[in-house]
Design a protein around this ligand. Structure first.
Ligand code: ADP
Ligand code: MG
Length: 325
């Protein structure tokens, strides 16, 4: 590493809090960080990469970018019911832009502090702007909310609501149908796209209560499909039960369904749980301050049926986003 890189890490990424504080035995500065894992707990590990031009626009507010880079990773821990312990950051930067780095690291550390998840290491190199974070979390042995654990008869629950991030994206891309959204909605929509809130408290409250969970990065239908594939089940989704944000309410039906069902970038949780756990699921929602809605059931068939309010199957396809398709 060069002097420039070292100074950059000292100034923007190293924080006094972290090292020596449970569970971090050793933080930034050595060849590896050292974390302690408590007895009876399992380590949950996940990485997500954000690439300029692919996951975010060039010129995105660096504070929000720092927030989002960590948020999408914390969302994966939430979807396992895990508690965050620490994270690492591999960063490729085109140039040493101090103001940009101050904003980026500010957004990153603010969310890290909020969730008690310190930055303990990483790597820094010159290249196209590319941000890769790996998070480490803990979950009690056997309590992780796995994608393969849904069972026929389970209720399907959704945290928060879907579609706003997608609508914001379509507006920024200049889609004509998205330009009719009223001015007062704009800043909230953009916040939903650029600064998602990982549902960590809900995920942890549901560990041991729910069966399966996934976080929504590619769209409700596509991501629910991953649970169904891994669990060998089908589902009936009641589209009319989906909460609709005010900004989506006035969209033409086709675009509204598309945002709600196949939006992407929602970072909400989809969770399955036995019907006799309804009270406990709702308690977990209250306890974590996160709204949840029952949106369907897991079935023994292998298909996903999406019903409208009249009990008719909804026309159209609402698959997820595949980078190589
Ligand atoms: P090594 O060559 O042994 O991998 P480096 O010189 O790359 O070590 O990094 C020195 C220290 O700085 C390490 O502790 C590493 O984890 C940390 N580090 C490097 N880049 C970052 C970064 N972007 N964020 C946080 N820590 C970093
Ligand atoms: Mg290195």
């Amino acid at each position: 590493m060069s002097d420039g890189e070292f100074a950059l890490i000292e100034r923007h990424f190293r924080r006094p809090a972290g090292a020596g504080q449970e569970p971090v035995l050793l933080g930034i500065g050595d060849d590896c960080a050292l974390l302690s894992v408590r007895p009876g707990m399992q380590l949950a590990v996940s990485s997500d990469m954000l690439v300029e031009g692919r996951h975010f626009f060039a010129g995105t507010d660096p504070v929000r970018l720092g927030h989002k880079a960590l948020a999408v990773n914390l969302s994966d821990l939430a979807a396992m019911g895990a508690r965050p312990l620490a994270f690492t950051l591999a960063l490729s930067l085109p140039e040493l832009d101090d103001a940009w780095l101050a904003g980026f690291s500010g957004g990153l550390h603010a969310l890290a502090r909020e969730h008690g998840c310190p930055l303990v290491g990483g790597d820094t190199t010159r290249g196209p702007l590319n941000i890769c974070i790996t998070v480490f979390g803990e979950v009690a042995v056997g309590q992780a909310l796995r994608r393969d654990a849904a069972r026929p008869g389970d209720d399907i629950w959704l945290s928060g609501r879907t579609g706003e991030a997608r609508l914001a994206l379509e507006m920024l891309l200049g889609q004509p149908w998205a330009q009719t959204v009223a001015e007062p909605h704009l800043s909230l929509l953009q916040q939903r796209l650029e600064a998602p809130q990982p549902r960590l408290a809900l995920g942890q409250a549901l560990a041991g209560i729910a069966h399966a969970a996934i976080d929504l990065s590619d769209g409700l239908v596509g991501d629910l499909g991953h649970i169904l594939d891994r669990s060998g089940c089908g589902a009936c989704l009641h589209a009319d039960q989906l909460p609709v944000a005010p900004a989506l309410a006035t969209l033409p039906a086709e675009q509204r369904w598309s945002c709600l069902l196949a939006g992407g970038d929602d970072y909400e949780l989809v969770v399955t749980a036995a019907p006799d756990q309804r009270e406990l699921v709702m308690q977990a929602a209250v306890q974590s301050g996160t709204a949840v809605t029952r949106i369907g059931e897991i079935t023994a068939s292998r298909e996903l049926v999406i019903m409208d309010g009249q009990g008719r199957p909804l026309p159209g396809r609402y698959g997820g986003y595949d980078h190589f398709r």
